[in-house]
Design a protein around this ligand. Structure first.
Ligand SMILES: [Zn+2]
Length: 212
């Protein structure tokens, strides 16, 4: 792949504006008036994971948060603010955590090496490994073990979302219909719905509110 020069980015931008306007002359005017996306997408920062493109969404249709290894950390004010705004103000209908096979962050978390500050961020993936230790250790092929860890990491992030009062207040016991876990395969571009139902493992989260 040839990486475009810095100047090329502005040329690309002008072409993109022209192409968007040729499809819809009011496109930018309408977007400038406001947004009402249906989806919140939480994905990895990896440059090969393009949230909008992979699901055919245009500007204005998807609220997006990305960090290394698509983690939901309850003390991360950035992500929690995104979640609160998307769920309570924008009233998105679906929250999606999307991991991807070949994730460098997931791999680095369990390779036993020192990587500097990022090890602190990836720390919670080691906890995912501990929770599913027996299942993961039973997989001999390192690639398949990595893929399973990617999926289980997504599952834990879905449970963490379901542990928040933000999700619980909005959807209550129907949260499984609105919070989803996906895995993206870089090798062929296809998405897999991991079909995670928080109701399957209620012990993974505790309701923060009475009466749910
Ligand atoms: Zn990644």
């Amino acid at each position: 792949m040839i990486t475009p020069s810095y100047e090329q980015l502005f040329e690309n931008n002008r072409r993109w504006v022209e192409s968007e306007l040729s499809l819809d002359p009011d496109h930018f005017e309408r977007l400038a008036a406001g947004q009402s996306p249906e989806y919140l997408f939480i994905g990895c920062s990896d440059s090969r994971v393009n949230a909008n493109e992979m699901v055919g969404m245009r500007s204005g249709q998807m609220f997006i948060h990305r960090n290394i290894a698509n983690l939901v950390v309850h003390t991360d004010m950035n992500l929690m603010s995104v979640l609160q705004f998307a769920v309570e103000v924008l009233e998105v209908q679906h929250v999606i955590v999307c991991g991807h096979y070949g994730c460098g962050g997931v791999a680095a978390a369990v390779d036993g090496s020192y990587h500097g500050l990022i090890d602190k961020w990836l720390r919670t993936i080691k906890d995912v490994y501990r929770i599913y230790h027996d299942e993961l250790e039973a997989i001999d092929d390192p690639e398949l073990r990595h893929q399973r860890l990617v999926e289980l990491n997504v599952r834990e992030q879905v449970y963490r979302l379901c542990s928040t009062s933000i999700v619980q207040r909005r959807w209550g016991s129907a949260m499984g219909d609105h919070v989803h876990g996906w895995a993206y395969d870089l090798r062929h571009g296809l998405l897999k719905d991991l079909e995670i139902d928080p109701a399957d493992e209620p012990a993974r989260y505790i309701y923060e509110l009475d009466g749910l």
